[in-house]
Design a protein around this ligand. Structure first.
Ligand code: SAH
Ligand code: SF4
Ligand code: F3S
Length: 456
C-alpha cells in the first residue's frame, strides 16, 4: 500500500534542557494533524527542526555547525523532487532572531519558545511566500498552552511543563531573556494534562519549569497554589506513582515544599538544586539570592525529613573575579554536602548578560583546571553514592528498551539509570530489582523475581 500523499516526516533535534525536550514533543504533536510523523533520520525528513539552546556559547554555536551539515540535504532532496524545510526553534531562535537567517539564509522559519504553537501557520506562510522567511520571536499575550493540542502519549515517565520563564536574572544567565518573564500555568490546566498523560500510560510525571519551585498558578477559585500544593493535588490522581520536579532555585525552597519531601509519598527522593558556587562573594556577584550557609541549611532541612534524598546540583567555575580562594570554598561546600549527581560548567560569557562585561574575567586554562578538579570530586561522590546501593533491592520504573538486546532501562526513585535483562512486557511497570553492580553513571541489576527463581 502506498502512503497517502500528505504523509510527511519531521526530524526534530533537541538541544539544552528538559523544557526543550517537552517543547519538541509538543511540536511533534502539533505537526501530526498536518500529516507529519517523526523520523530519526534527517535525510528522510521533509521538515527539519532544530530546537536550540543558548545557555553557553558552545551550545549556541553547535546549531550553526549542525546546520552546515544538514543544509546540503536540501539539494539531495531536490534531486529526488522533494522539498525540505528548515526551522530553527528554541532559545537561539529567540536570542538571535534574524541573525540566524543572515548566517544561514537556507533557514525557512525562526520561531521562539513562546510562539512555536504557531508553527503550522508559519509553515503555511513560508509555503505561500516561496523563499521569504518567517521569523516569529515575540512574547504573545495569548499563552501557547491554551492553543496547543491535547497530549498524545509520552511514555511511562512524562515531562509536564508547569512554569516558564524566570524573573531572577542571575548575572550569567540568558534564560530571562530567551524565555521571558515567569509564568505559572493554572492548576486545572496542569491537572487536565496530567490526567491525559496518565490515561496514555504515564505513571511518573516530572514537572518542569526554569524556576519550577517559584510556581504560583491559580486554582479554579482564583487562589494561588504553590508547587507543594500542586504536587499534593497531582498525587491524588489515580495511576500516578511517582512525581518529580525540576529545576529549583535554592531561595524558593519553602518550608512547605521541604515538608512535602517528608510526607508526600509519590514525591521521589531526588532533587536537583543548583548552587553554582560555594563562595558568598561569587554568589553575590551572580545575583543568586542565596548564600552558601542558606544552601547548607536548606539541605540539612531536606535531609532531616528525607535522609535518603539524592541531591544533585549545577556548578559554574571561573565566574568573573573568582579567585582560588573562592574556588576552594566551592570545593569545601561539595565535600561537606556530598552530591549524588552534578553538572558543572566553565563560565561562558553570554552577550547581553551583566556578567559578560564584568572585569577580571578568568583565563580559560584556569577555568579548565578548576573544572577538572571539581569534576573529579563530584564523580567520586556520585560513584560512592551509587555503590551504597549494591545488593539493595530498588523499585525500577522501566521506561525503554536498553542498548543491548533483551535489556530494559529504567529509573530508581533516586534517579539512577538502571539496566536490567527483562522482557519487554515489563515496560511501563515498576518492578523490584536487585542491584548487582554500581557503576559511576548507573546501576545494573536483575529482576527480584528472577533472583528468587534462581535461588528458590
Ligand atoms: N534554572 C536553573 C538553571 C538553568 S541553566 C537554575 O536556576 O539553576 C542550567 C545551568 O547552566 C545553570 O544552573 C548553570 O549552572 C549553567 N549556566 C547557565 N548560564 C551559564 C553560563 N553563562 N556559563 C556557564 N554555565 C551556565
Ligand atoms: Fe537562569 Fe536559573 Fe538564574 Fe533564572 S534562576 S536566571 S534560569 S540560572
Ligand atoms: Fe537552553 Fe533555553 Fe533550556 S537556553 S537550558 S534551552 S531554557
Amino acid at each position: 500500500m502506498t502512503e497517502p500523499s500528505t504523509a510527511r516526516r519531521v526530524y526534530i533535534r533537541t538541544y539544552g534542557c528538559q523544557m526543550n525536550v517537552y517543547d519538541s514533543e509538543r511540536m511533534a504533536e502539533m505537526l501530526a494533524p498536518l500529516g507529519y510523523t517523526r523520523t530519526e533520520a534527517p535525510e528522510a525528513a521533509d521538515l527539519i527542526v532544530l530546537n536550540t539552546c543558548h545557555i553557553r556559547e558552545k551550545a549556541a554555536e553547535k546549531v550553526y555547525s549542525d546546520l552546515g551539515r544538514l543544509v546540503p540535504l536540501r539539494a539531495t532532496a531536490r534531486r529526488a523532487s522533494r522539498r525540505v524545510r528548515f526551522v530553527v526553534a528554541g532559545c537561539v531562535a529567540q536570542a538571535e532572531g534574524a541573525e540566524i537567517r543572515r548566517r544561514r539564509p537556507e533557514v525557512d522559519i525562526v520561531v521562539g519558545p513562546q510562539t512555536y504553537h504557531r508553527l503550522p501557520e508559519l509553515l503555511a506562510r513560508a509555503d505561500r511566500a516561496g523563499k521569504a522567511p518567517a521569523i516569529c520571536t515575540d512574547f504573545p499575550a495569548v499563552r501557547k498552552f491554551d492553543e496547543l493540542p491535547a497530549r498524545s502519549g509520552s511514555g511511562p515517565a512524562a515531562f509536564l511543563s508547569v512554569q516558564e520563564g524566570c524573573d531572577r536574572f542571575c548575572t550569567f544567565c540568558v534564560v530571562p531573556y530567551t524565555r521571558g518573564a515567569e509564568y505559572s500555568r493554572p492548576v486545572e490546566d496542569v491537572v487536565r494534562e496530567a490526567e491525559t498523560l496518565v490515561d496514555q500510560g504515564a505513571s511518573e510525571l516530572c514537572l518542569l519549569g526554569q524556576n519550577v519551585n517559584a510556581y504560583h498558578g491559580l486554582d479554579a477559585g482564583g487562589r494561588e497554589v504553590s508547587l507543594a500544593g500542586l504536587l499534593r493535588r497531582l498525587a491524588e490522581i489515580d495511576g500516578i506513582a511517582r512525581l518529580r520536579y525540576t529545576t529549583s532555585h535554592p531561595a524558593n525552597m519553602t518550608d512547605e515544599l521541604i515538608r512535602a519531601h517528608g510526607d508526600l509519598e509519590p514525591l521521589m527522593p531526588y532533587l536537583h538544586l543548583p548552587v553554582q558556587s560555594g563562595s558568598d562573594r561569587v554568589l553575590r556577584a551572580m545575583n543568586r539570592a542565596h548564600t552558601a550557609a542558606s544552601f547548607r541549611a536548606t539541605v540539612r532541612a531536606l535531609r532531616e525529613v528525607r535522609p535518603d534524598l539524592a541531591l544533585s546540583s549545577d556548578f559554574i567555575v571561573g565566574f568573573p573575579g573568582e579567585t582560588e580562594h573562592d574556588f576552594e570554598a566551592t570545593l569545601r561546600l561539595v565535600e561537606e554536602t556530598s552530591f549524588a549527581a552534578a553538572y558543572s560548567f566553565r563560565y561562558s560569557r553570554r552577550p547581553g548578560t551583566p556578567a559578560a562585561v564584568l572585569p577580571h574575567q578568568v583565563a580559560e586554562p584556569d577555568k579548565a583546571r578548576r573544572l577538572s578538579i571539581l569534576q573529579a570530586l563530584l564523580a567520586d561522590q556520585q560513584h560512592s553514592f551509587n555503590r551504597g546501593f549494591e545488593n539493595a533491592t530498588v523499585p525500577v520504573l522501566f521506561e525503554r528498551r536498553g542498548r543491548l538486546a533483551g535489556q530494559l532501562t529504567g529509573r530508581s526513585p533516586w534517579m539512577h539509570a538502571v539496566h536490567v535483562d527483562a522482557d519487554e512486557s515489563f515496560l511501563g511497570t515498576i518492578q523490584p530489582v536487585v542491584v548487582t553492580r554500581a557503576g559511576p553513571h548507573g546501576l545494573a541489576g536483575v529482576l527480584a523475581i528472577d533472583c528468587e527463581n534462581a535461588t528458590g
